[in-house]
Design a protein around this ligand. Structure first.
Ligand SMILES: O=C(O)CCC(=O)C(=O)O
Ligand SMILES: [Fe+2]
Length: 284
């Protein structure tokens, strides 16, 4: 026993050093790299209606639109206002539209209103392409499901934020998005930066997201993250899930970088300013 102890001694100092280095590495990672993320809405179970109030930023103070601008700010998640069937149909529209173009980086968009479609590191017009190539890509059913879904989201926002229906307008840009883990080739591909929609897009007062694919089933990474002062909070995407929120600084957010798979969603935006109102898209 005595001999055994003697043999152990030469290892004591290196052991203490190794443990200390390990400890310092863990503390360093925790302080500088560990992200404290709370799951606000997990991918399952299905949620009927979840509401999270947040204090409004000053973004709305100088604006008119008394009937429409948020009096209370917040976030709402609803899984049952868009049917799975309609969400699947829109996923098919996204796939067939984006198949005609696509960014060479990690993020592509298709805007049915303006026709903008990502192509390599720029944009082309899908309606011009359809005309040039004489293809029958988008049907009247595609547009009618898109309008129906947009109307359900509009109705939910007016109900939850107590806005007269005729005071809230669809605005641009409103678009399908496809994200994957390909390395970014242009700034348009860098979807993971924190941003405020009201600032980024100008006209937004309320932002809605309709998810067309499901976290952990179709992709990993790619969670939606609210960046709050008291920590980050995620909404995990799920086919047919609608997440909407007031678009000011109270809802700074980003999308987490994808780790695997492909993520589809639609950003649908609404404004209180009739000058920025847009009409529903139609076959051109
Ligand atoms: O797709 C998402 O979850 C968020 C997209 C977004 O932040 C945006 O379109 O402004
Ligand atoms: Fe956004």
């Amino acid at each position: 026993m005595k001999n055994h102890k003697k043999l152990d001694k030469p290892y004591t100092v290196p052991c203490i050093i190794a443990v200390n280095i390990g400890l310092i590495a863990v503390i360093y990672w925790w302080v500088f790299h560990h992200e404290n993320i709370e799951t606000l809405v997990p991918v399952s179970p299905n949620v009927d209606r979840l509401i999270f109030q947040v204090p409004c930023s000053k973004d709305y103070n100088l604006e008119d639109f008394e009937d429409c601008k948020p009096k209370k700010c917040g976030r709402v998640v609803m899984d049952n206002i868009v049917s799975k069937e309609d969400a699947r149909h829109l996923l098919m529209v996204a796939k067939k539209g984006l198949a005609l173009g696509g960014s060479n980086g990690g993020a592509s968009i298709l805007d049915l209103h303006s026709g903008a479609l990502s192509k390599d590191n720029s944009f082309i017009n899908i309606y011009r392409l359809i005309e040039d190539q004489q293809i029958n890509l988008l049907s009247e059913t595609d547009f009618s499901i898109y309008r129906k879904v947009k109307n359900s989201i509009h109705e939910a926002i007016t109900r939850e934020f107590k806005i007269p229906k005729n005071k809230l307008f669809l605005t641009k840009p409103t678009f399908f998005s496809r994200m994957n883990m390909t390395e970014a080739k242009s700034i348009h591909d860098e979807y993971w930066h924190g941003h405020v929609d009201k600032e980024t897009y100008g006209s937004f007062h309320y932002t809605a997201l309709l998810y067309l694919s499901t976290y952990k089933e179709d992709f990993t990474g790619g969670r939606f993250i609210f960046i709050d002062k008291d920590g980050n909070k995620t909404v995990e995407p799920r086919l047919g899930r609608v997440s909407f929120f007031t678009s000011g600084h109270e809802n700074l957010h980003r999308v987490e970088r994808l780790i695997s798979g492909v993520r589809y969603a639609i950003t649908v935006a609404f404004t209180c300013d009739p000058k920025h109102s847009i009409t529903d898209p139609t076959a051109q």
